[in-house]
Design a binder for this molecule. Structure first.
Ligand code: NIG
Ligand code: FE
Length: 399
């Protein structure tokens, strides 16, 4: 992709969320957290933000876009998704909504369908979902493997994902496939599968849970990944209490995801280690589970990110706006905390310092809302508010 040569000024922004820590002191409370600028303009040049400030002071540019008093926010950073899959599990969802519990076992249904799909089918399916995300304001996404569970199928899943993002995650340790012992499978994951996956991946992840991998197995997989240059992430404490979150903190992982069932020791370990707790409220919505207690985490000084976990089993939504609305209504986050978690802290959870904040030098990933305030993301749940999206300075969505 070549970068656009022209400069663009987006002016007439009624409310601009920058997330710029340098602006935190300018406004107290919620506006401070978001680095809010009213009656603002943003100048884009070469795919990056070149200038941010009051519209009255904006420099001239080649192209001028008038936001008409509406709000502009940073593009959402969805730091947890499982987009490489085939098949449909709506029947499993329907059974769940009529009384069946969610279990890790459903993953094997998707594994069979994914193995049977061609590379082209997987690629076009991911393209469709990434497009769906973009249309809803997501400009950065992490994509995991985990529905291949063979050397060949994990490596090709990651190669497919790499066409869409640098933030690809090897999740060979998703469940133990049928016909294999856990011990043999961990040997495979940490040996030939890791070797085939590593060239296509930035991260390594483990589903540490009853019915998937225990803490010792997760430790073995994370250590092997680290030896191959992959950074660790973890699915932990989604369905039960357990040692996953503390393992993530012990490893100093940048983020640990789900965090639904947490002991006081888990919360203390997160606060001490600085590991980000990535909450995935679409999962609790779609599995009818209790929501994680975001307020407890935030009050303890834990950094909280929000992500979709878009996958065919536990949560098939690609909407970060839905996650924000759920976090506000069900998890006692303020609208500002939720938006910050879905943008700046999502970027931190991917150790990205180029997205999630609108300040000079950052990627020009912006979302124009058909609303006067970012609060509408939670205030108007289910309403498609995204009127425009710029990704690396290019207009990719306009309606
Ligand atoms: O993040 N928890 C593990 N993996 C996915 C669900 C996978 C599936 O059910 O297909 C998740 O919720
Ligand atoms: Fe997940």
């Amino acid at each position: 992709m070549t970068t656009p040569a022209l400069t663009t000024v987006i002016t007439g922004i009624g409310e601009l969320v920058t997330n710029d820590p340098a602006r935190r002191e300018e406004l107290a409370g919620q506006g401070g957290l978001l680095g809010l600028v009213r009656d603002a303009a943003v100048v884009i040049e070469g795919g990056r933000v070149a200038w941010v400030g009051p519209a009255a002071d904006a420099p001239a540019a080649d192209v001028q876009v008038d936001a008409g008093g509406r709000a502009v926010v940073p593009g959402f950073v969805d730091s947890h998704s499982h987009l490489v899959f085939a098949g449909d599990r709506s029947a499993e969802f329907e059974a769940r909504m009529t009384g069946q519990p969610y279990t890790a076992g459903g993953i094997r249904t998707t594994v069979a369908a994914t193995r049977a799909a061609t590379d082209e089918q997987l690629t076009s399916h991911v393209a469709r979902l990434v497009g769906e995300m973009r249309a809803q304001g997501t400009t950065s996404v992490e994509i995991k493997s985990g529905y291949g569970l063979s050397v060949h199928d994990e490596a090709r899943s990651l190669a497919v994902a790499r066409q869409f993002t640098e933030d690809t995650t090897f999740l060979g340790a998703h469940v133990v496939p049928a016909g294999t012992s856990a011990e043999d499978y961990v040997d495979l994951v940490t040996g030939p599968m890791l070797a085939a996956a590593a060239p296509h991946a930035r991260w390594i992840d483990v589903f540490c849970e009853d019915g998937a991998f225990d803490v010792d197995q997760a430790r073995t997989v994370l250590a092997a990944g680290s030896g191959s240059g992959l950074r660790g992430r973890l699915h932990a404490n989604q369905l039960t209490y357990g040692g996953g979150v503390r393992l993530a903190c012990e490893f100093g992982l940048v983020a640990v995801d789900h965090c639904t069932f947490l002991s006081d020791d888990d919360v203390a370990a997160l606060a001490d280690s600085g590991t980000i707790a990535t909450l995935l409220p679409g999962v609790e919505f779609s599995t009818r589970q209790p929501y994680p207690d975001a307020r407890r985490l935030l009050d303890a000084g834990v950094r909280v990110a929000l992500a979709s976990d878009c996958n065919p089993g536990s949560c098939f939504t690609s909407s970060m706006a839905l996650c924000i609305a759920l976090a506000v209504r069900e998890m006692r986050m303020s609208p500002a905390e939720a938006l910050h978690a879905a943008t700046a802290t999502g970027a931190a959870a991917l150790d990205r310092d180029d997205v999630g904040v609108l300040a000079p030098g950052m990627a020009a990933d912006l979302v124009l809302l058909d609303a006067p305030s970012y609060v509408h993301l939670a205030y108007r749940p289910g309403v498609p508010l995204v009127a425009g999206v710029w990704q690396a300075g290019r207009p990719v969505v306009a309606r």
